[in-house]
Design a protein around this ligand. Structure first.
Ligand code: HEM
Length: 362
């Protein structure tokens, strides 16, 4: 049994409830071996790392990377993010009028930022992205999902081997040192943590930038008010997070005891799905929830999580998205959606965005 938690207040309560854990051993279906072979979400449930750990284990695993995401370290990344953004916009300017903003701008920016943080070569990034797309896709066959998972572990395993041979100034090298000097994480946790940082570090921000541009171009009156300074880029980012959450749902959590939520009883051993996309549109919490409204106060949402698993990269995601949007619309204030059919959803159980976003610069 899996409960999708789609109401904002119930989700907020459960994300912070100590009776709700992330270790799959709490889930009766998993413990009894009743999940089918090749189940596409298996990796999310079993990957060794902070997203599947509770208590001390969670603190240990999160602590190993959290130093790289302090407000000071994030602020230090700003000039690099601005330089990467400018370079990508130079490339876009050469595309002569119409292009896919998702492919040429929203994807490479967060991928290159997290790639540099992890010390990945540019050549490795596209392959990792393709595999990670399959991992979050819901249309992948079980065989393709398993192959993508193996491919990702294989590639990240070779990244670790290369960094062992030749250490760099990056998070992967720091994690290897934490493993070797003080045995603070296992080899599986090391690769699992890299996988998490890679997928969480780019699939999400890619969706946020895409969804924000799409919402702004569909609401030109509000875009004008951003450009004239009435609303901030930060308001655009927060309202997009609520209105079109980059993470539609995140699997899974488990009840370690019976838990009453309103009139519903979640039983011990049952699973919970955090339905962030639905919670952002909960009209019981957000008046006129289906309206994109930059003047909304307060626009507090749960789309970056809540409680002990609150997004570790929230500051980085916000900085990347604000920089990307500000620079994009400063360079191309007349950007419009290209003519043609409405873009298709990406078809993922987890990720929420569109496959392509064709725009025109003139
Ligand atoms: C728009 C961008 C982003 C969104 C919407 C987002 C959303 C989320 C959400 C909803 C969670 C909680 C998942 C759950 O347990 O239910 C989460 C956790 C996490 N995020 Fe993000 N994220 C974003 C960007 C990033 C970036 C850029 C990074 C890293 C560079 C990152 C790293 C993580 C990590 C490591 C966790 C797990 C934290 C833990 O389990 O303690 N995220 N994120």
């Amino acid at each position: 049994m899996v409960w999708a938690i789609s109401h904002h207040d119930a989700l907020q309560q459960l994300l912070n409830d100590p009776r709700v854990g992330k270790n799959a051993q709490l889930w009766t279906t998993f413990r009894e071996g009743r999940l089918p072979e090749g189940w596409p979400l298996l990796n999310f449930v079993t990957v060794p790392g902070m997203t599947t750990a509770d208590g001390d284990d969670h603190r240990r695993l999160r602590g190993l990377v959290s130093q790289a995401f302090t407000p000071r370290r994030i602020a230090e990344l700003q000039p690099r993010i601005e330089a990467l953004t400018a370079r990508l916009l130079d490339g876009v300017a050469l595309l002569e009028g119409e292009f896919d903003l998702r492919e040429h701008f929203a994807y490479p920016l967060p991928m290159q930022v997290i790639g540099e943080l992890l010390g990945l070569a540019l050549a490795e990034q596209d392959e990792l992205h393709e595999l990670s797309d399959t991992l979050v896709s819901s249309s992948a066959t079980p065989a393709a999902a398993v192959a993508a998972q193996r491919g990702l572990f294989g590639l990240l395993g070779s990244v670790v081997a290369a960094k062992r041979a030749e250490p760099g100034d990056d998070l992967t090298t720091d994690l290897i040192a934490a493993r070797e000097e003080s045995d603070r994480l296992s080899e599986e946790e090391l690769v699992g943590t890299l996988l998490l940082m890679l997928v969480a570090g780019h699939e999400t921000t890619l969706n946020l930038i895409t969804n924000a541009v799409r919402a702004l171009l569909a609401h030109p009156d509000q875009l004008r008010q951003v450009l004239d300074g009435t609303y901030s880029w930060s308001a655009v980012v927060e309202e997009t997070l609520r209105y079109d959450s980059p993470v539609g749902q995140f699997p899974l959590r488990y009840a370690s005891e019976d838990i009453a939520v309103g009139n519903v009883l979640i039983r011990r051993g049952e699973a919970l799905l955090a339905s962030y996309g639905a919670a952002g549109r909960d009209s019981g919490h957000f008046p006129d929830a289906d309206r994109f409204d930059l003047g909304r106060k307060p626009a507090k949402h749960l789309s970056l999580g809540h409680g002990p698993h609150f997004c570790l990269g929230a500051g980085l995601a916000r900085l990347e998205a604000e920089t990307a949007l500000r620079e994009l619309f400063t360079r191309f204030p007349d950007l419009t959606l290209a003519d043609g059919p409405a873009p298709e959803p990406i078809g993922s159980f987890i990720s929420n965005s569109v496959r392509t976003l064709r725009v025109r610069t003139s």
